[in-house]
Each structure stands twice: as C-alpha cells, then as structure tokens.
Design a binder for this molecule. Structure first.
Ligand code: CA
Length: 359
C-alpha cells in the first residue's frame, strides 16, 4: 500500500515529478442536519421523500455519522493511512435540500461556516464546496456568493434534485447565473430519485448506488443540457462523479438521438421549445468534468480519458462510503502516461476547483 508522502507511481519525489493525491468527492456533515432530518421525518406531516428517508437511515448509523462529522485530526489520520494529500469536502446527501426553505438556508450557512473554519485550520489537507438550499432561491444565491467571496470555498455542491425539482426549471435560473458569475464549479452529487419515480427502484432495492443514484444525476445533467443552460451560461461548469454516471459511454448515441428532445415543442410544461447550439457531446467536452468516485477501475478511467480528454477526468474516493486500503495503489499502477496521471490525481482538481497548487 502506498502512503501519503510517497511518490505516486514510483516517479520520483521532487517538484513536478511528484504527484499529490486530491480526492474530490469526500463526504462530511454537521450533527444539526441529520437531527433536523429526523425531526421532519418524525413530525406530524412528513413529506413522501425517499431522500429524506435515506438521510434518516444514515442518521441512525453512529459510526458513519462520527466519520462524516470529523473534519479534524481523526479524518486526517485516515487520509494519511489511505495516502490522500487533500480532500475536497462535500456536504453529504441529502443535506439541507430535504428541509423547509428557511431551515435549509440556515443549516447550509452553518455548515459552510464550519467547513471554512476547518479549511483555514488545515489549509494543506482540506478544501470544500459551498452547500446551498435551492428551495430558497434568494438564500441560495446569497450563500453561493458568501461561499465564493467571503469564506474562500472552492465551488458549490448540490445533492441533486430538491424535493423533486431540478435546476433546469426556470425558477432556479438565478442560481445558475450566480454559479457562473462567481466562477463556482457545481458538483452534482446523487441522491435517491424523487417520490414520483422512486418506487420501481425501491421495490427492487435499487434506490442507491446500483441504479437510482446514477439515473437521478443523469436526469439532472441531461436536463441542464437540453434546457439550453450551457448555451445561455457558457462558462457554467458542472462536475459529476462515478465515471460521469456512465454517461460518457453513450455520447455517440446521445448525439444520434438528440432530436428526440432538442427543439421539440410541447415539452417542459409548455415552455417555448429550446434548440441547442451544439451536439450533446459538445457540452461534455466544454462544460462538464467527471470524477472517478467509487470507480477505481482502469478500463473505465481510461475510457473516460479517451473520449473526454485527460483534462476532464478527476480522481475521487467517496470517503467514508466506499473506502479500500489499496485504492491509491490501483491509481499508482494505472497504465497511463505520467503527465495524465498527474492531471487525474492532482492538477485537474486544482484547476477546476481553483485550489491552491501543490506544484
Ligand atoms: Ca459520494
């Protein structure tokens, strides 16, 4: 097993010959959030929301909560064991998005304050993304601004749909505008599918990582593309995990079948039809980056690098949900050029999330 401080891939130890490992989809939380989720679920009229139920399920796992809420020496010791130089911290799903608007924004702000404090305390080990509550559009815009201009955070995290709503709906446009304006890359992390399509998944045990998570982020990503969001906000940057939720494998077919939805009248509740300026694959080559969270698997990583370009694939582990002691060794042993490995493990993350450079 490789250790922190050792060179990745046996490529020397000095300057540009050293690779630092930055893991970019690493989950954390504050105790107040699962507490609020449990209060809502156990209250007089809990919403029918599989994401809220998932939050409550994780709230009942003390060991997981302990790991999530530790953004101090305990987590750093685990990073040292696992060989991780820096973690990019994302408020874990479903976070504040299952709560009412006011509580959502309050707890997003509280979590962002604590995250910024940990990043200031351990500047070489932690960076983090701004959490926000889209169910409070104005509050979300303010929080993105605060995260990017006052707290020194490195982008924004969305745990996908918010009570069945997606960012491609017109009400959320100020959020897209703010993300572009404040140069915040948006990491869309999965949650359970919304109540109106979760039941076939729940019936079969597929709500989470086997299917529901991926399909749900697929909906969000394709929804944003076909809404014309990236034509309107060409500098908007999106990051999706789990080898791009398998979407890179299908780019050819997406382009071929684009007219099924592109420019068609009568969609999106009767909004004017949107005709895209480009093929679907264009947005994957210009606005979207993918991380390798939970997919420490050479063929998938190489495929993503091949079709998207080595500059669009970023390492992630998915701590504490999917952790294996030999994961970094798998990456050290990838049969790819040194410069691509350095981009994958380090410099792409530094670029996309505007992190301080390890050099
Ligand atoms: Ca994750």
């Amino acid at each position: 097993m490789a250790h922190q401080g050792e060179p990745a891939g046996g490529q020397g130890t000095q300057g540009h010959n050293r690779i630092r490992r930055i893991a970019t989809e690493e989950a954390w939380s504050i105790p107040e959030i699962p507490k609020a989720q449990l209060e809502l679920l156990n209250g007089p009229c809990p919403p029918d929301d599989a994401s809220l139920r998932m939050g409550a399920m994780f709230a009942g796992l003390p060991e997981v909560q302990k790991q999530l809420c530790d953004i101090g020496p305990g987590r750093i010791a685990r990073m040292d064991e696992l060989g991780i130089d820096r973690q990019l911290l994302l408020l874990t799903a479903p976070g504040v998005q299952v709560l009412d608007a006011r509580t959502g924004t309050e707890l997003a702000a509280l979590s962002n304050d604590r995250l910024a404090e940990a990043c200031r305390k351990y500047p070489d080990r932690f960076s983090g993304l701004t959490a926000f509550a889209p169910q409070d559009v104005k509050g979300a815009v303010k929080e993105i601004e605060r995260g990017m201009t006052k707290l020194g955070l490195n982008g924004a995290v969305l745990n996908s749909h918010t009570q069945g709503h997606y960012l491609d709906e017109p009400a959320f446009e100020p959020i897209l505008e703010a993300l572009e304006h404040f140069d915040a890359a948006l990491y869309i992390h999965p949650t359970s599918p919304p109540s109106n399509w979760v039941y076939p998944y729940a019936y079969r045990g597929f709500i989470g990582a086997l299917a529901g998570f991926s399909h749900e982020v697929w909906m969000h990503t394709m929804g944003l593309i076909f809404s014309g969001a990236f034509d309107k906000y060409p500098k908007l940057r999106l990051v999706i995990g789990h080898a791009g939720e398998a979407m890179p494998l299908l780019l050819y077919r997406f382009d071929w079948m684009q007219s099924n939805a592109d420019g068609r009248p009568g969609l999106r509740g009767g909004q004017p039809p949107v005709k895209l300026k480009h093929k679907v694959s264009h947005y994957f080559h210009n606005n979207i980056w993918v991380t390798t969270s939970g997919v420490a698997w050479e063929p998938a990583i190489k495929f993503c690098m091949d079709v998207l370009g080595p500059e669009r694939v970023i390492y992630a582990m998915d701590y504490p949900y999917q952790v294996s002691a030999d994961e970094v060794a798998t990456y050290d042993n990838l049969d790819i050029p040194f410069e691509h490995k350095k981009m994958l493990m380090q410099t792409n993350a530094e670029h996309v999330f505007r992190l301080p450079s390890f050099g």
